[in-house]
Design a protein around this ligand. Structure first.
Ligand SMILES: [Zn+2]
Length: 89
């Protein structure tokens, strides 16, 4: 089965580039997300109706390393990055 990477709100392909790969807390996704579907970062922010904070994002490689936009919001410390990679072992 082909996974659908199309943003449900604006229709862009979230699989292009890195800015739209992110992981928010389950609580936020349940409230503002689209279940198994995808939302680009700016559409999720629109639904959220406020600026993102560090606490909105879960500790994961996408947020801490891959996505430059989220990384600039979270600003993970060396300690947090270390803890993240240790949790994968
Ligand atoms: Zn969108």
């Amino acid at each position: 089965m082909k996974r659908d990477y199309i943003c449900r709100d604006c229709g862009i392909d979230t699989n292009k580039g890195k800015d739209n790969f992110y992981g928010v807390t389950e609580e936020l996704w349940n409230k503002y997300g689209v279940g198994k579907g995808m939302l680009c970062l700016s559409c999720f922010k629109k639904r959220l109706g406020r600026e993102f904070t560090k606490e909105d994002f879960v500790p994961c490689v996408l947020n801490y390393k891959v996505n430059p936009v989220v990384k600039s919001i979270v600003k993970p410390t060396e300690q947090e990055i270390k803890a993240l990679f240790q949790s994968y072992k």
